[in-house]
Design a protein around this ligand. Structure first.
Ligand code: NAI
Length: 337
C-alpha cells in the first residue's frame, strides 16, 4: 500500500471547482488500487494575501520543498499592474525549467482536427518572463529577454530525451532567430548541438510565425516541439484548439527537485463559480502526476474513465458541446471508474 503527500494549490476563479472534482476522482481511483493521498492545501495569490499578507505564503514554499510534488489550479494575475504572476514565480523558485504539454484528442470528441498527437516543450524560467521591465523615461519602456546556454541546452535535452524514450520521431525548434539573432540564435545553437547527440531523431527548425500557419494547416507534421517561454505560452493555447479547447489540455512543470502539475488554462473568471468549468485539463494533469509518482495503475484507470466518458459523449461540459456541469461530469468519471 503506497501513500503520497501532495501540495494542493486550488487557486482561484474556476480553480477550486476543478480541483475539488479532480481530488475526488484521484482519491476514488487511488483507493481502488490500494494507494492513499494526503493533501497539504495552500492558498496563493490575492486570496492568500488577504489571509496572510503574502501572495505566496512561506508555508506553501515549505510544503512544496518537502512534498516535491504539487497539484495546482489556476491563479489570477492582475493585468498591466499589481503583483507578479504566482505561476511564473513558483516555476522560477523551484527551477521547474521544463513545461510539458501533451496535445492529444480524446476518443469520441469531434474536432476539426482528429488524431492530433503532439508535445509542446516550453522553456519555463527564461525569455521575456524573467520580468526585467523598466520605464526608461515616460513613454519608453523596455523588457529584457534573457536566454542562456544552460537554459537552452537543458530544455533541448529534455525534448530530445523525451522523444527518444517515448519513440517520437521528430523534434522541431520554434524560434524567431531571424530577428532576435542573439537570444533565439543561442537557443538554436544549443538545440543543434543536442540534436547531434540524437541522430535517431529528425531535427528541424521553424520560425514561430510560419509555425502558427503550418500548425493550423497541417498539425500532423509536428511531433515534439521545443521553444522558449513566450512562444510556448502562445502555441499551447493555439494547439489546445485542435483537441477541443483549454478545458482539456494538461501540463507539468518539471525540475530536478520538484514538479508542479497544472492545466494550460487560466482562472476563467467568465465562468467561475457557476459549475460550468471542465475539470478534464486538471484531471489529465493529475494523470501526469500519477505517472510521475509511478502510480501507473491509478493513472491508467483514470485515463480509461476519461476516455470512456468522452466516447459515450452523454455527460460532457458545455465547452465541448455538452450540457453537464463540473460536478455531473466528475460524477460520471467516478461512476466509470
Ligand atoms: P483562461 O484560460 O482563464 O480563459 C480563456 C477562455 O477559456 C475563457 O473563455 C474561459 O471560460 C475558457 N476556459 C478556460 N478554462 C476552461 C475550463 N477548464 N473549462 C471551460 N472553459 C474554460 O484565460 P484568460 O481569460 O486569458 O486568463 C484569466 C486569468 O487566468 C488571468 O488572470 C491570467 O493571468 C490567469 N492565468 C493563469 C494561469 C495559471 O494559473 N497557470 C494560466 C493562464 C492564465
Amino acid at each position: 500500500m503506497s501513500q503520497h503527500t501532495i501540495t494542493l494549490i486550488p487557486g482561484d476563479g474556476i480553480g477550486p471547482e476543478v480541483t475539488d472534482a479532480t481530488v475526488r476522482i484521484v482519491e476514488t481511483a487511488a483507493k481502488q488500487h490500494g494507494t492513499t493521498f494526503s493533501w497539504e492545501r495552500h492558498d496563493a495569490g490575492a486570496d492568500a494575501f488577504a489571509k496572510t499578507g503574502e501572495y505566496i505564503p512561506k508555508a506553501l514554499y515549505d510544503s512544496v520543498s518537502t512534498t516535491k510534488v504539487a497539484l495546482k489550479g489556476p491563479v489570477t494575475t492582475p493585468i498591466g499592474s499589481g503583483f507578479k504572476s504566482i505561476n511564473v514565480t513558483l516555476r522560477k523558485q523551484f527551477d521547474l525549467y521544463a513545461n510539458f504539454r501533451p496535445i492529444k484528442n480524446l476518443p469520441g470528441l469531434k474536432t476539426k482536427y482528429p488524431d492530433v498527437d503532439l508535445i509542446i516543450v516550453r522553456e519555463n524560467t527564461e525569455g521575456l518572463y524573467v520580468g526585467l521591465e523598466q520605464e526608461i523615461v515616460p513613454g519608453v519602456c523596455t523588457s529584457l529577454k534573457v536566454t542562456t546556454e544552460k537554459g537552452s541546452t537543458r530544455i533541448a535535452k529534455f525534448a530530445f530525451e523525451y522523444a527518444a524514450k517515448h519513440g517520437r520521431k521528430k523534434v522541431h525548434s520554434i524560434h524567431k532567430a531571424n530577428i532576435m539573432k542573439l537570444t533565439d540564435g543561442l537557443f538554436l545553437k544549443c538545440a543543434q548541438a543536442v540534436a547531434k547527440d540524437h541522430p535517431e531523431i529528425q531535427y528541424a527548425e521553424h520560425i514561430v510565425d510560419n509555425a502558427c500557419m503550418q500548425l493550423v494547416t497541417n498539425p500532423y507534421q509536428y511531433d515534439v516541439m521545443v521553444m522558449e517561454n513566450l512562444y510556448g505560452d502562445i502555441l499551447s493555447d493555439l494547439c489546445s484548439g485542435f483537441v477541443g479547447g483549454l478545458g482539456l489540455v494538461p501540463g507539468a512543470n518539471l525540475g530536478e527537485h520538484a514538479a508542479i502539475f497544472e492545466a494550460v488554462h487560466g482562472s476563467a473568471p467568465d465562468i467561475a463559480g457557476q459549475d460550468k468549468a471542465n475539470p478534464t485539463a486538471l484531471l489529465q494533469s493529475a494523470v501526469l502526476m500519477l505517472r510521475h509518482l509511478d502510480e501507473t495503475a491509478t493513472a491508467d484507470s483514470i485515463q480509461g474513465a476519461i476516455d470512456a466518458v468522452y466516447a459515450e459523449g452523454k455527460t460532457l461540459t458545455r465547452d465541448v458541446g455538452g450540457t453537464s456541469g463540473t460536478s455531473a461530469f466528475a460524477d460520471a468519471i467516478v461512476a466509470a471508474l
